[in-house]
Design a protein around this ligand. Sequence first.
Ligand code: NAD
Ligand code: G6P
Ligand code: MN
Length: 440
Amino acid sequence: MKKQHLTIAGGGSTYTLGMLMSLISEKENFPLASITFYDTDAERQQKVADASKVVIQEKYPELEEFIVTTDKETAYKDKDFIFVQIRTGGLEMRKQDEEISLAHGIVGQETCGPGGMAYGLRSIKDMIELVEDIRSYSKDAWILNYTNPAAIVAEALKRVFPDDYRLINICDMPISIMNGLATLIDRDVWDLDPEYFGLNHFGWFTDIYDKSGKKLTDEIKEKILSEGLQPESEIADDPSWIATFKQAEQTLRDFPEFIPNTYLQYYLYPQKMVEKEDPKYTRASQVIGGRAKEVFEMCERIAAAQSLEGEVLEGDVHGVYMVKIAEAFAYNKNEKFIVMTQNNGTIPNIPQEAIIEVPALITSNGVKPIQVGEVDTFYKGLMENQYAYEKLTVDAYFEGSRLKLLQALTLNRTVVNANVANELLTDLLAANKDYWPNFH
Ligand code: NAD
Ligand code: G6P
Ligand code: MN
């Protein structure tokens, strides 16, 4: 098996250590010659790298090279895979997005509603530059992107790199939900075979089978309605995710046709989502004081002890999902995963150019989406409305059009009211003056 050269862009991310552990847990199936960390923040990345070095010494001694860099050429030259997980503006700007939205009585969320729009306008510029940089050094590398808001990033990248079939946007939410579904029926998550359609953070499982073809949908729905749904693995103990997964029960009761993506809660029950938030301590603050703090404290402990003793550190679903998809591209495995891709007829009755999220076969010639067919009026209406918001946001970015931002926010189900949209825009523009160059 050919050994791969991999770069993680966003080496200082809170997810890097989990990704490294996932690469280690999959090393028989996705063997690596080298791992390179690249980040624009040398100091932050070094903290993660110092711990990673210990992890590699103990758990991946056969790895030939571990490189930590802020130099683009070193990061991207002669690579097979680039995993991308950057956050323009950091968690501090996410906090602003969420607090500003909630101050106007609107959902304050990383990727949904005004927060998602603000974050999208920050991410686009860096992501275009990053892909251009990668392509100038490795024209054939597979670029697997996790950077959010994935729907808006994917829509923008599609316009700048329309023929780049080795550039794929991925979300871990479908597999994370499947992890919860699997536990409900006492199965392994990798034994489930989903049918799913939607946009990113905006979709539905129409059926769930096991790999032998047995249909499990009804059993799963009954369990959700009788026992509720719970998060598993790395998010199992997080109160915010516990509440989010619990909400799926009501969503399924109200709309019993399909099993919902948990992110639909923000669009179907926006008022309830606003009411449960503390506008002075939003999700971003929880992450800063929680996941981020814990990861960096763990990195310090490992680096100081030069040992993993006493640490609980393992591959997670978020990381393993990316690695399994990489395996399928690298070795033409033709395996099915839910990823983002351009519609092109997969769902014939919504726009052909929309970025949808559906099961697809992953091959060394790219993503081969599996036909979904026409969707019913309710889903079509919701998806067209949401895609119009995404498209207008990206149009607005390229044209520097405030009007299109206002149209986008007014269309968004979390906002609706044009007065509120206008006020929100004024505040978001002021807060993002260093990040939205096209509007200043
Ligand atoms: P973070 O802010 O903790 O880490 C991001 C890292 O990226 C930082 O070290 C930062 O210095 C670096 N960075 C920022 N801009 C950069 C650039 N232009 N080039 C290189 N590095 C840059 O963020 P996080 O919470 O660890 O999340 C990382 C990303 O992963 C976010 O975009 C998040 O939304 C995304 N994510 C996506 C999914 C998904 O389902 N698609 C799941 C989890 C996380
Ligand atoms: C899920 C989503 C991601 C999101 C992540 C973190 O995994 O798929 O898109 O970035 O959750 O959310 P959190 O609020 O915990 O930072
Ligand atoms: Mn996601």
